[in-house]
Design a protein around this ligand. Structure first.
Ligand SMILES: Cc1ncc(COP(=O)(O)O)c(C=O)c1O
Length: 370
């Protein structure tokens, strides 16, 4: 079985079909001058098929464009879908690198297991990104803090309305240039504590990167906006007391003795940014605790001054200081807070590694093109 899999893996040679009508240099440069986030896409995409009997096959790089779907495709009805998010960074010498892609590949495999989708081998995952960046490397911006956001995703394509894991699945990678997340300098965000909605339940899909979790978070995010906040914080359940994460970022509390604490839970998404930031903190001698954290611990700790900084972290915004935490009947911190010193220096160190300005001492970078 293993041998068969390895043979199949070796045979996965990509067919590259170039886009005959790519964006002109002028159009591309106009996008790269102000890319925003998730609005513009490169000229190509990766497409790999999977079937129950044939395994992974027909790997292609092809022109970016619509995907034809049968109206009965299972994903449209039962949401059998997973995705990933990582970035390609242009270094000073023009070369293009990505950050810990094997960790994204492993997380996608865990998500696949939970959603009863096929696991894409790590080699295929990394190769798919290399293949796409090889043809679209001109789309990797070079201004400070900009990147090419890579979005691998996989879904149930089989046309069948029975409720069971699909026998036909496709994996894709698309790419979208991303501007600096904070254009006017990093500034703290405000957080709304949702006690009406939860994002994930025990034994549910919270630890998987699957669309349904994000669909479930949208109404709570809307509630955050209505209450004048930027982001929503979820608890382990609506009656719960333990904090989990934001709609799209993990949370870290910093105590005055320098200890960093992050919630431990099997229903949050294990962030690669969080893991990396905590490693950098450990390297500096900080104690790091991953354990259950109650909302009272956060609220009382900020009020008493025991907690001196709180930040959120994820691929898109890297590290975002949290200034204010607000709930139905309380408010701690301040919307005008200044970003914490440790928060900002960990952010700087991580981005310095990602952009090649500091040595990659943990071997986190993979070169995508020269
Ligand atoms: C729900 C959720 N939590 C946490 C994260 C952070 O994960 P990462 O640092 O791997 O981007 C993300 C994605 O960015 C997310 O969507």
């Amino acid at each position: 079985m293993t041998n068969l899999l390895q043979m199949a893996q070796k045979d996965l040679a990509f067919l590259v079909k170039l886009n005959q009508t790519p964006k002109s240099v002028e159009e591309r440069e106009a996008v790269l001058a102000d890319p925003g986030f998730g609005k513009f896409f490169t000229d190509h995409m990766v497409d790999i098929c999977w079937s129950e009997h044939g395994g992974w096959h027909r790997p292609r790089v092809q022109p970016y464009g619509p995907i034809a779907l049968d109206p009965a495709a299972a994903v449209l009805h039962y949401g059998q879908e997973i995705f990933e998010g990582l970035k390609a960074y242009r270094h000073h010498d023009g070369s293009v690198w990505t950050f810990r892609p094997e960790a994204n590949a492993a997380r996608m495999q865990r998500s696949a297991r939970r959603l009863a989708l096929p696991e894409l081998p790590t080699d295929y995952f990394i190769d798919s990104i290399k293949q796409l960046v090889a043809v679209d490397s001109a789309w990797v911006p070079s201004a400070p803090e900009t990147s090419l956001y890579l979005r691998p995703f996989m879904f149930a394509k089989e046309a069948f309305l029975g409720v069971r894991p699909a026998a036909k699945v496709n994996y894709y990678v698309i790419a979208s240039p991303a501007g600096a997340y904070f254009t006017g300098g990093v500034s703290p965000v405000s957080i709304w504590l949702s006690t009406k909605y939860s994002r994930a339940g025990k034994g549910g899909t919270g630890a998987a990167k699957t669309g349904g979790n994000y669909a479930a978070s949208l109404i709570a995010q809307a509630e955050a906006y209505e209450n004048g906040c930027d982001q929503v914080l979820f608890l382990d359940s609506v009656e719960g007391k333990y904090i989990e994460e934001l709609g799209g970022m993990n949370v870290v509390l910093v105590y005055k003795d320098g200890t960093l604490v992050t919630p431990e839970s099997d229903s949050i998404l294990e962030g690669i940014t969080r893991d990396s930031i905590l490693q950098l903190a450990r390297d500096r001698g900080h104690v790091v605790e991953e354990r259950k954290v109650t909302i009272d611990e956060w609220r009382d700790g900020v009020a008493s001054g025991d907690i001196v900084e709180v930040f959120a972290c994820g691929t898109a915004a890297v590290v975002t200081p949290i200034g204010l935490l607000k709930g139905d009947d309380f408010e701690v911190g301040s919307a005008d807070a200044v970003a914490g010193e440790l928060t900002m220096s960990l952010r700087q160190e991580l981005t310095d590694i990602q952009y090649g300005r500091l040595p990659d001492r943990h071997g986190w970078l993979t070169k995508l093109s020269d």
